[in-house]
Ligand binder design. Structure first.
Ligand SMILES: Nc1ncnc2c1ncn2[C@@H]1O[C@H](COP(=O)(O)OP(=O)(O)O)[C@@H](O)[C@H]1O
Ligand SMILES: [Mg+2]
Length: 507
């Protein structure tokens, strides 16, 4: 029996076996050992108390974190709160949640205040106003407007009627007037007659404006896609509305929303002179501001808005770490370089939250990567994944012809190139197909629009196999397509990369 570790170290251990008792931290060690002095052979048994320190791989740690128990109710509550915030610009959401539900950029907050003051002047002081909310799509025009309308209606209950028109639906003045009459009837509990003429509706509108003014009620006209109204030649509706507002026969405000910054230049002179030159600009925020609002949107609030404090604090710290990761920062910056509008960013976050593994309880880098991937689908690569091996050969043959600077080629030349490869480089013949089969494959490429006739003016009666053709995919796309294809022969990839060296690669 060895008494101490030092003595054991001086000996040559011949055999050693360890047996453990589960959960005790005890290990029995059985060994035979020879001391440096060979005459003394020892045999023995030791009972050692050892502390087992698990050494886990990063993978294992990650998996353990994944399975860390999270309460599904807390996760569901967090996910639905964040999703609601991400779609909070919709009027129904604002009406339901109140104006506090959305998170705004600094510029949008300033515009919100200006717009609120403007509408308050109309409602409280009967000061008729008009303004244009201008800026690219997804930058908060509708969001700010809906928040302000909700706030005004809350502050001045029963003193405001809102009429909403959209240039895409009501660009035609006749339709627009009908819609206005319908909405005013609904708001004032009057019967609406579908058969009223344009003049009847115009008269009704003027009467209603006068009535509303007498009872100190404000009518707010919202003209979304304002440029479409302004592109009409006569602009009778706009003229009558603005004229009524000037002749103090109405207490009203007209707000136009447009992504054309020059929308007011489209107005006729007599209409433009009656329209105020008040513009509220909604421009895409800088990237830093995008990060700020994204973080704010993904951060869970404290009670009573979100009652599960412990979950919220661990979720928030995960979000903080996530947004610090260089991969996520790069991905968001790339995403913003395509479109800087907050809506575009929110779409990314919405997809990431939807991809999120609910058992884990918080979104990860992978969720953002998958969300981002789904935004930039490359249709040509998707098509290439499904083509047959023979079709891949034909595409590579065409690329080779292009590299050889054949300006114009047809199916027969492509087949000759393919046949040349098969004859000289391929020893097994399973990829060698007849001309007829190759022609079918070629037609399939035409159908999928990976290849197209080069001369569109040629007669349709010309046989396709003799018409000059051209490839509709780039070198880089074909290279990636070959790599991604599940059954692309290695030889074909080598052939492609070797034989097309020197080609200036497009990206
Ligand atoms: N400035 C902003 N601040 C915060 N969120 C914004 C902002 N702009 C847009 N969003 C988000 O994008 C969504 C769509 O914006 P929206 O107001 O419809 O854009 P627009 O009317 O300018 O095309 C909003 O519901 C909101 O979630
Ligand atoms: Mg809008």
């Amino acid at each position: 029996m060895m008494e101490s570790r030092g003595e054991l170290m001086d000996m040559d251990v011949n055999s050693l076996s360890l047996t453990g008792r589960e959960g005790t931290g005890q290990v029995d060690v059985t060994f035979t050992a020879t001391e440096s002095n060979p005459s003394r052979e020892n045999e023995g048994q030791a009972n050692l108390a050892v502390t087992l320190v698990p050494v886990m791989s990063t993978d294992l740690v990650e998996r353990q974190q994944q399975t860390r128990a999270v309460n599904p109710c807390h996760v569901d509550a967090a996910v639905s709160l964040i999703k609601r915030r991400l779609v909070s610009g919709h009027s129904s959401a604002i009406a339901e949640e109140g104006a506090e539900s959305a998170i705004l950029t600094e510029d949008a907050k300033i515009n919100e205040r200006k717009l609120f003051d403007l509408l308050s002047q109309t409602v409280a002081n009967a000061q008729n106003n008009s303004a244009l909310l201008l800026g690219p799509r997804g930058c908060g025009k509708t969001l700010v407007l809906e928040r302000v309308l909700a706030e005004v209606q809350r502050k001045y209950p029963r003193l405001v009627s809102v009429v909403r028109l959209n240039g895409l639906l009501h660009g035609d003045e006749r339709n627009a007037l009908k819609e206005i009459a319908k909405q005013l009837c609904l708001d004032n509990e009057l019967a609406y007659s579908k058969s009223s003429s344009f003049d009847d509706n115009l008269r009704f509108l003027m009467d209603m404006l006068k009535q509303c003014m007498l009872s100190h009620r404000t009518v707010i006209f919202i003209l979304d896609e304002f440029d479409l109204f302004a592109q009409k030649s006569k602009q009778t509706l706009l003229y009558n509305l603005l004229d009524a507002m000037q002749s103090s026969e109405a207490q009203a405000a007209v707000l136009g929303l447009s992504c054309r910054v020059d929308a007011d230049q489209l107005l006729e002179k007599r209409v433009r002179s009656r329209f105020s030159q008040r513009h509220l600009l909604f421009l895409p925020p800088p990237v830093e501001e995008c990060f700020r609002i994204l973080k704010e949107v993904l951060t869970l609030p404290s009670p009573p808005a979100f009652p599960y404090t412990a979950f919220a604090s661990s979720f928030n710290s995960e979000i903080h770490n996530l947004l610090q990761q260089p991969t996520v920062q790069k991905l968001i910056t790339q995403h913003c370089s395509v479109d800087l509008s907050p809506r575009h960013l929110y779409d990314l976050a919405f997809k990431a939250i939807c991809n999120m593994d609910r058992t884990r309880g918080y979104p990860t880098v992978r969720d953002f990567q998958m969300a981002s991937g789904s935004f930039c689908l490359q249709p040509k690569l998707v098509l290439l994944r499904d083509v047959s091996v023979l079709e891949l050969y034909l595409l590579v043959a065409m690329k080779r012809l292009e590299v050889k600077e054949k300006e114009s080629y047809n199916f027969h030349m492509v087949y000759a190139e393919y046949d040349h490869l098969q004859a000289n480089h391929v020893h097994n013949s399973c990829d060698r197909y007849s001309r007829g089969v190759a022609l079918r494959a070629f037609e399939h490429l035409l159908e999928r629009e990976l290849v197209t006739p080069a001369d569109v003016r040629a007669s349709v009666c010309d046989l396709m196999e003799f018409r000059p053709i051209k490839l509709l995919i780039s070198h880089a796309e074909l290279e990636r397509g070959l790599k991604m294809h599940p059954t692309c022969p290695a030889l074909l990839q080598t052939w492609f990369s070797h034989e097309t060296v020197g080609h200036t690669r497009e990206t």
